[in-house]
Design a protein around this ligand. Structure first.
Ligand SMILES: Nc1ncnc2c1ncn2[C@@H]1O[C@H](COP(=O)(O)OP(=O)(O)OP(=O)(O)O)[C@@H](O)[C@H]1O
Ligand SMILES: [Mg+2]
Length: 292
């Protein structure tokens, strides 16, 4: 594909980004929706240690894909490989192919900054900047050169989409650190979507939140999926079952020689199938709580 979609941001980056809105893509096997990611034989190393291997699945547009599995099976590692966040970890290396609209994001000439703008990320612990609510959300557009006048609209729109606007609209100058944990996490979601990404990756976004704030974010995710494609890591089985369309279950295999554990993708399917009639006994044991 000759699409320069992910090449570096020059002075005309904004207009180019608009020109390069995601193409109507090929059909995703088994879904009917266009494929956003086609992940083929992906493995991730930290130095000599292979943290996760043999990962093959596709992510369809406007779907929520959940990554589940026991601690250490490589969910965060794999998630970070989808927007080249692992590049920031010394010694991390990705093998295989992560195709985004048919373009390998690890190909030479691809700009990781542009990759991360199109494929945004929300972390486990809300990490607002020690700045005002407004500045948190306008920060990304500002460094990408969006004029101040447009940033006002982006801030409002992003806060509305993140279901936070009504709570903060009279207080945009207030420090983001004065918000509750659940509000901070919605602010981080607003900050991510202010860059108008196509995909939002979320790594256990509710693990530090109480059940009410969690329910709020879950509702939000379902709303956001109308506009964005979401990949979420969660330890909460009910959450995966409630919000996701597809689920990837990972487990670990012990390497006898090195006495290390490598994550593997055991099964990828419709969420309903994973939680009712999985095809692998390891998946069944995990989703029914029999996994030790
Ligand atoms: N920066 C790193 N450097 C070296 N090894 C790492 C690094 N990050 C993760 N690992 C290792 O890679 C493996 C997978 O870790 P990862 O954090 O992806 O698992 P996880 O499935 O997200 O676990 P959890 O559910 O506990 O968050 C683990 O063995 C972990 O120790
Ligand atoms: Mg993790």
């Amino acid at each position: 594909m000759s699409d320069p979609t992910l090449s570096g941001a020059g002075p005309d980056a904004r207009s180019r980004r608009i020109d390069m809105a995601p193409q109507p893509a090929h059909e995703s096997p088994g879904t009917g929706g266009p494929t956003v990611f086609d992940i083929k034989d992906v493995g991730v190393f930290y130095g000599d240690f292979k943290a996760v291997k043999d990962v093959n699945f596709t992510v369809a547009k406007n779907e929520i894909t959940a990554l589940i599995g026991p601690s250490g099976c490589g969910k965060s590692t794999l998630l970070r490989s989808l927007n080249r966040m692992n590049d920031l970890i010394p010694g991390a290396r990705v093998e295989g192919t992560v195709s985004y609209h048919g373009k390998d994001i690890y190909e030479s000439g691809v700009d990781p900054v542009e990759v991360r703008r199109r494929i945004g990320m929300v972390f486990q612990k809300a990490n607002p900047f020690p700045k005002s609510i407004f500045d948190n959300v306008s920060y990304g557009p500002k460094i990408h050169g969006v004029p101040r006048a447009e940033r006002d609209d982006i801030v409002e729109d992003s806060l509305r989409k993140a279901a936070l606007w009504d709570e903060v609209k009279d207080d945009l100058k207030k420090s983001a650190l004065a918000l509750s944990g659940g509000q901070q996490q919605r602010l981080c979601i607003a900050r991510t979507i202010a860059l108008q990404p196509e995909v939002v990756l979320m790594d256990e976004p509710c693990s530090a939140l109480d059940p009410i704030a969690t329910a709020r974010i879950e509702e939000l995710m379902v709303d956001l999926a109308e506009q964005f494609t979401i990949v979420i890591v969660t330890h909460n089985m009910q959450q995966a079952a409630r919000v996701s369309d597809k689920t990837a279950f990972f487990s670990t295999e012990v390497n006898e020689v090195s006495d290390t554990r490598t994550g593997v993708l055991v099964e990828f399917d419709d969420t309903q199938r994973i939680f009712t009639t999985p095809s692998d006994v390891r998946t069944e044991n995990y989703v029914t709580g029999r996994f030790g």
